[in-house]
Write a protein that binds this ligand. Structure first.
Ligand SMILES: C[S@@+](CC[C@H](N)C(=O)[O-])C[C@H]1O[C@@H](n2cnc3c(N)ncnc32)[C@H](O)[C@@H]1O
Length: 330
C-alpha cells in the first residue's frame, strides 16, 4: 500500500502550529475546549480501535451489520466497471473492507484512497486490507479537504466518497451543511457519497456507548492531555481530571467533557503560558450529533444530493445514506 503523508513531520510543522494555536485559544476560552480532531495520535487511534470493538459501543457493530447485509446492493446501484473509492477519516478501515469487497466480488476494479489525519490509523488500515489484483490502495495522511484536493485530479473514474462511523456528527447542523456543500463542490456530477449517520435513540443506549464499562472512552479522552504533555511540554496530571459524557437532548448530541477535580494551574512550555482551572471547571472535548431520518433527507435536499438509498438496521440505530451528486447544466 502506497502512503502519501501531507503532514510535515518536523516539530513545528503547520499542523503542529495549528494544534498549538487551537490549544492556546481553547484553554483561554470560557468554557475551555479542545477540538476532537486532536484525539488521534498513535495511542488515540489504537484506543479508538478498541472502543469500536467494545460491546457497549453500538455504532461500529451496527454499521458493520448494515454493510454485511447491503454490500452487494451498493455496487449494483452504482453500476461501474471501475471506481475510485475515497474514504474521509478512514480509521482502521475494517468496515470499508466490506464495501470494497462488494465491488470486487462483482468484478469491479477498485482504486481505494483512504484519507486520515492519523498516520497510525493508516498503518492499522493497511493491516486490515487484503491484496487483490483488482484493488489499488493509496493512503493519504492529511486533513479531509487537503486530502480531497490532492486527489481531485486523480482520474476520470466515477467516485464514491465514504464518510463513515458518524464522523459527520462531530459537526453541528450548520457545519454539516457547510461540510456537505464543500464535498459537493469538490466532486463531479453523478459521483456518489455514502455517509454514516447515528440516529437519535434511547438515552440509556447512547450514554452507555460513551461510558463503556472498561473505561476505554475515558482513557481515550484523557489521552488528549497526555498528547499535549508530550508534544507541547504540558504538565497535565490525568488523575486530576474526570471524564463526563452525556446526551444533551436540546443539542441533540452526546457531549464529552473533562472536569478538573481541583483548583490547579497547568503550564504548557511550548506556549510559555499557565492556564488556571477552577475546581469542577469543565473542558469541552466533543459533540457527537444525532439525527432523525427527516434531518438526513433535509441535509441531502439542501446540499445538492439526490437520495439513492438509505440503509438502516433492525433497531433503527443508524443510517448509511447513499447519495448522488447532482449538478445542473445551462
Ligand atoms: C471516529 S474515528 C472513525 C473511523 C472510521 N471512519 C470508522 O467509521 O470506524 C474518526 C477518524 O477520523 C480521523 N479524523 C478526524 N478528524 C479528521 C480530519 N479533520 N481530517 C482527516 N481525518 C480525521 C481520525 O484520525 C480517525 O481515524
Amino acid at each position: 500500500m502506497k502512503i502519501t503523508n501531507l503532514i510535515e513531520k518536523n516539530q513545528f510543522s503547520l499542523h503542529q502550529e495549528e494544534f498549538a494555536l487551537d490549544v492556546l485559544t481553547g484553554l483561554s476560552s470560557h468554557p475551555k475546549s479542545i477540538s476532537a480532531k486532536y484525539f488521534y495520535d498513535d495511542i488515540g487511534s489504537e484506543l479508538f480501535q478498541k472502543i469500536s470493538q467494545h460491546q457497549d459501543y453500538y455504532p461500529t457493530q451496527t454499521e458493520f451489520a448494515i454493510f454485511q447485509k447491503n454490500c452487494a446492493i451498493i455496487p449494483d446501484i452504482i453500476n461501474e466497471s471501475e471506481i475510485d473509492i475515497i474514504e474521509l477519516g478512514a480509521g482502521d478501515g475494517h468496515k470499508s473492507k466490506l464495501i470494497i469487497d462488494g465491488f470486487l466480488d462483482k468484478g469491479c476494479k477498485v482504486n481505494f484512497y483512504p484519507i486520515d489525519i492519523s498516520e497510525k490509523a493508516m498503518q492499522l488500515l493497511g493491516e486490515n486490507l487484503t491484496v487483490n489484483e483488482n484493488l489499488n490502495i493509496h493512503g493519504v495522511v492529511a486533513d479531509y479537504f487537503t486530502g480531497l484536493a490532492h486527489l481531485k485530479k486523480i482520474s476520470n473514474n466515477k467516485k464514491l466518497v465514504l464518510f463513515l462511523g458518524s464522523n459527520i456528527g462531530n459537526f453541528n447542523k450548520a457545519q454539516s451543511r457547510d461540510f456537505l456543500k464543500k464535498l459537493w463542490f469538490s466532486l463531479n456530477t453523478s459521483d456518489h457519497v455514502l455517509i454514516g449517520y447515528d440516529l437519535k435513540k434511547d438515552t440509556h443506549v447512547l450514554n452507555k456507548a460513551y461510558n463503556d464499562t472498561d473505561g476505554l472512552t475515558e482513557a481515550f479522552n484523557l489521552n488528549l492531555l497526555n498528547r499535549i504533555n508530550k508534544e507541547f511540554g504540558g504538565n497535565f496530571d490525568t488523575s486530576k481530571f474526570q471524564h463526563y459524557g452525556f446526551y444533551n437532548p436540546t443539542l441533540e448530541a452526546m457531549e464529552s467533557y473533562l472536569i478538573s477535580l481541583e483548583d490547579q494551574h497547568i503550564y504548557i512550555s511550548a506556549l510559555e503560558k499557565n492556564f488556571h482551572f477552577e475546581k469542577f471547571e469543565p473542558m469541552h472535548l466533543e459533540c457527537s450529533h444525532k439525527f432523525s431520518p427527516s434531518d438526513i433527507a433535509y441535509l441531502a435536499s439542501h446540499t445538492g444530493f439526490f437520495v439513492e438509498q438509505h440503509f438502516s438496521d433492525d433497531k433503527n440505530y443508524f443510517i448509511d445514506a447513499l447519495w448522488q451528486v447532482q449538478k445542473e447544466s445551462p
